[in-house]
Design a protein around this ligand. Structure first.
Ligand SMILES: NC(=O)c1ccc[n+]([C@@H]2O[C@H](COP(=O)([O-])OP(=O)(O)OC[C@H]3O[C@@H](n4cnc5c(N)ncnc54)[C@H](OP(=O)(O)O)[C@@H]3O)[C@@H](O)[C@H]2O)c1
Length: 299
């Protein structure tokens, strides 16, 4: 049986991938700091250990490990956001190179947040402008750590993933809550672009990249981003909530302070295009935000 190892696979995206690949008859193992079943293997994200044996002969290693960015960017959290991504990537590089038969593929998460905020100019893999704030610098360091490891027998892919919309977690969970309580209006101007991808397309693109034996950097997002206003309007329509109070920037800042998060998560204009997936012939299952939400939200 073919195996897939998902580092940091106990969270939202890891579980989406686990379900997908299990249904495709792969044996899926998850590297986690808190194993709860026999397909979950202990690692601490810092040290080599018995877990490295799992990588032998695997079809793919997928690395998703990283402290959630949904928190205040204070010094302690910033350090943890950084080390949980860069140290785990370095460690996995060592482990891959210890294998006699390393995984055929190593997918490493990055983020579409690596690109500068942009309203008019879409960011492609080739022409995208990579910025210089905290989140963008984390993404750069993450990719640098990944690129620094040479793996002669393993194809490497950087996943610049946009906001993944799924049934059981991710950004949709707090947005649904806001909408449910009548607070699902636009956030800030509402004109900021939102690059997103449906969870089915997230899994399908990884399968597609393996089937086509592609490597390098890929933007994982729909061909045409929506904007915040349309996203929130679609969400209200799908959830049958007739109104939604909007959040001006000052209120977002105040709210973010109280719930311990950063306004950047909703105010940045995420204008990203999956040029390489399209050029290689990937067919998106979902490109329309309302149809995607209808499938994900059961009233
Ligand atoms: N969700 C999105 O829309 C999205 C978009 C773009 C990029 N991403 C990136 O994709 C990755 C997965 O996202 P997600 O939404 O699935 O996140 P998640 O639900 O928060 O899961 C992240 C996983 O990382 C592991 N982790 C956290 N801190 C760690 C540490 N210090 N050392 C080792 N492992 C650690 C956790 O595993 P254990 O606690 O079990 O060890 C957890 O299962 C993240 O790196 C995220 O930045 C996500």
């Amino acid at each position: 049986m073919k195996t897939i190892i998902i580092a940091g696979g106990s969270g939202f995206l890891g579980q989406v991938l686990k379900d997908y690949f299990t249904n495709k008859n792969y044996k899926v193992f998850i590297l986690t700091r808190n194993p709860k079943s026999d397909t979950e293997i202990y690692w601490n994200g810092i040290d080599l250990g018995n877990w490295t044996k799992q990588l032998e002969n695997a079809e793919a290693l997928i690395n998703l490990a990283g402290k959630s960015v949904d928190c205040r960017y204070n010094e302690k959290n910033k350090k943890a956001i950084y080390s949980s991504r860069i140290d785990t990537t370095n460690l996995l590089g060592l482990a891959v190179n210890l294998c006699d038969n390393p995984p055929k593929y190593w997918f490493n998460s990055s983020t579409a947040t690596i690109y500068e905020s942009s309203f008019d100019r879409p960011n492609t893999e080739k022409n995208g402008i990579i910025g210089d704030d905290f989140s963008m610098n984390i993404a750069k360091s993450w990719e640098r750590a990944f690129n620094e490891t040479t793996t002669p027998k393993t194809k490497k892919v950087i996943l610049r993933t946009s906001i993944v919309l799924g049934k059981k977690g991710g950004a949709l969970t707090p947005l649904k809550q806001l909408t449910k309580f009548g607070l699902g209006g636009k956030q800030a101007s509402g004109n900021q672009k939102v690059s997103w991808i449906h969870e089915d397309d997230f899994t399908n693109t990884i399968q597609f990249l393996m089937d086509k034996k592609l490597e390098g950097i890929f933007n994982l997002c729909v061909p045409e981003p929506t904007n915040n206003k349309t996203l929130m309007k679609s969400l209200r329509a799908v959830m049958k909530i007739p109104f939604g109070i909007s959040h001006p920037l000052w209120l977002l800042k105040l709210g973010a302070f109280f719930i311990g998060t950063e306004t950047e998560l909703v105010t940045k204009s995420r204008n990203v295009i999956p040029e390489k997936l399209l050029k290689n012939g990937y067919n998106f299952k979902y490109t329309n935000i309302k149809l995607a939400l209808e499938g994900l939200i059961k009233n």
